[in-house]
Design a protein around this ligand. Sequence first.
Ligand SMILES: Nc1ncnc2c1ncn2[C@@H]1O[C@H](COP(=O)(O)OP(=O)(O)OP(=O)(O)O)[C@@H](O)[C@H]1O
Ligand SMILES: [Mg+2]
Length: 290
Amino acid sequence: MEKASVRNALSIVKVIGKIYDSRVCVMELWESADISNAQIGGLANEIKEVREAVEYPLTRPEIFQRIGVEPPKGILLYGAPGTGKTLIAKAVAHEAKATFIRMSGSELVHKFIGEGAGLVRELFQLARERAPAIVFIDEIDAVGSMRTNDGTSGSAEVQRTLMQLLAEMDGFDNRGDVRIMAATNRADMLDPALLRPGRFDRLIEIPVPDKEARLQILKIHSRKMQLGNVEMDAIVSMTENATGAELEAICREAGMMAVRREAEKVEMIDFTDAARKVKNEAVADNRMYT
Ligand SMILES: Nc1ncnc2c1ncn2[C@@H]1O[C@H](COP(=O)(O)OP(=O)(O)OP(=O)(O)O)[C@@H](O)[C@H]1O
Ligand SMILES: [Mg+2]
């Protein structure tokens, strides 16, 4: 199904090919992502930092002009898996008064083989059409890992995708109305070319939650549960180094344990058992939560 735009003389000016079809699949417009700040535990400073760097240049450019600084070109969120990077992006999309386009780096290389570079071009094209816009490249490590040079065609394809991304970023100026952000859990693996000034030049670390944040996250994910006499502070002390995703898993698991017991409410024992279970799984997977 190809569409063509036609001029008076009936000559075909432009064939809109297949790439437009795949771009619909690989790019998501998060115009009304349903995550608000209230659903994120901790990370208040990080969210603020992200919004200042991504949104203010679009909505309040005069601040940057007055002070005489260039806004950052690209913002990179980095941190362990499950710490809330994608979540923060959703919250920014929710609040932003701009089009928010998400593309997943891993989908780009695993689902759309051979189309990566073209899709990156399309992504930025779409952003320009819909400006003011925020482009979010999630899991950027899939396209932006250190060059491997193992000579396989797979890596050559990833290479081309990365080169296209760098070229697109260089084609924007800092004050423009398209902002670029990305997320990764492997910042150490990223090609240094991506981190050079004028590319992703603002790095924001998304930390593992501290005590206060763990309490908030546990509350967020248990807010719909019927709780018995549960001392969340005790769970907080048991879950040092757990990520947001793991805390969410603990709440879900505790709920399941109560279901299994055919109980009316989720009790402390459910949470302690769940915490132990999730911890054992993390240890088995060699994750940080030990
Ligand atoms: N700070 C948080 N507050 C509330 N929930 C959280 C938080 N962090 C993580 N979660 C929960 O964990 C899930 C996974 O988080 P998210 O997808 O944002 O992780 P990520 O940092 O993008 O991980 P990855 O690096 O693996 O992509 C979220 O959907 C959410 O339910
Ligand atoms: Mg993520």
